[in-house]
Design a protein. Sequence first.
Length: 353
Amino acid sequence: MQEVSFIPGNKALAEKLINCDGNIFVLMDEHTHRFCYPRISEILPHKHHQIIIGAGEEHKNLKTCEYIWKQLRESGADRKSVVLNLGGGMVTDIGGFTAATYMRGISFINLPTSLLGMVDASIGGKNGIDVDSFKNMVGTFKLPDQIIIWPDFLDTLPDKEWNNGMAEVIKHALLAGNELWEKIQNVIAVHEINSKPFKFAISTLLPEIIKVKSQIVKADPEEKGDRIYLNFGHTIGHGLESYSLAHDSHPISHGEAVLMGMISEGYLSNKLCDLSKDELQSLIQTIRKIHVIHSVKGKAIPEIMKFVKSDKKRASGTLSIPLLKHIGTPIVISGISENDLIESVHFYNSLVG
Ligand SMILES: NC(=O)c1ccc[n+]([C@@H]2O[C@H](COP(=O)([O-])OP(=O)(O)OC[C@H]3O[C@@H](n4cnc5c(N)ncnc54)[C@H](O)[C@@H]3O)[C@@H](O)[C@H]2O)c1
């Protein structure tokens, strides 16, 4: 069973890390090496090795895996060694994959440093790499030995990356409903986005936010059932992101795409399920505080639909999309027509201005 430890202070983090058995290999990207490693280097076991890779999604590939495997071998990693993934989702994804496959699998610990890493990517045992433009095409399900959440790392996270993480925070709160949704709505309504008090308020809610994904993946570790709920906003989001990556000189970020996708899929939830107009309005209002609506060009929509239909969560030719019956009650709907999908993008466009 996977353990998620929420560590509020430096001393407790030291105790956690010092207790790691085996030869430790700290995997980080160039940014987390610069900003995060110095904060823990003193409290790591004396003899540890560093493996530094390039930052960014373009490095989440086989070439980087080969580099990591080679570094592990040349530094004498054996089956008792432990990889400590110090970074955002890119590092925990590729670090988990290389550890899961090195010598048929060695232990690894996730120490996420980005908001998205803390609330999403480090949890649930999915790891992997991209092949050409196909995201996460190759990977395994393997749980880390531990997930250690130390919110202080967020101090150096750029605002743009905060926004990416906030898309998943909002999604988790929509799936959980009730108290958590109210708290997140409140933090977003009361504080200036990305101000210090805003970031502090989100940090204090991390244990509750993380629990949403932990509980879903515990019940469905291999994505055969309810884990698909975590895909809310990601089907249309995936279409928008893929289109933008293919055509725009400054593509929209994954977080932007998910926020846009949640508005469109919120619309579908109102049209095809029982999500009330008031619930839809509260979803839109909250997202608008951190996302500026911009129009999706009409001529882009056919290609966006092609990407939507190629979503890898499609099974046996049918696209199943998690929608919201109510905030806090997700439901999977199959066989949604292309007209409805297109209408949902037009709905997003109707909010411009
Ligand atoms: N396995 C899963 O279940 C899962 C779920 C969601 C996303 N993902 C994957 O996660 C990745 C995205 O994760 P991400 O948004 O964390 O991206 P990322 O790991 O690329 O990090 C974004 C940027 O922030 C920098 N950074 C991270 N922490 C920092 C810190 N504390 N201070 C300063 N800079 C810091 C990184 O170096 C990088 O430049 C994607 O590859 C996605 O496919 C995986």
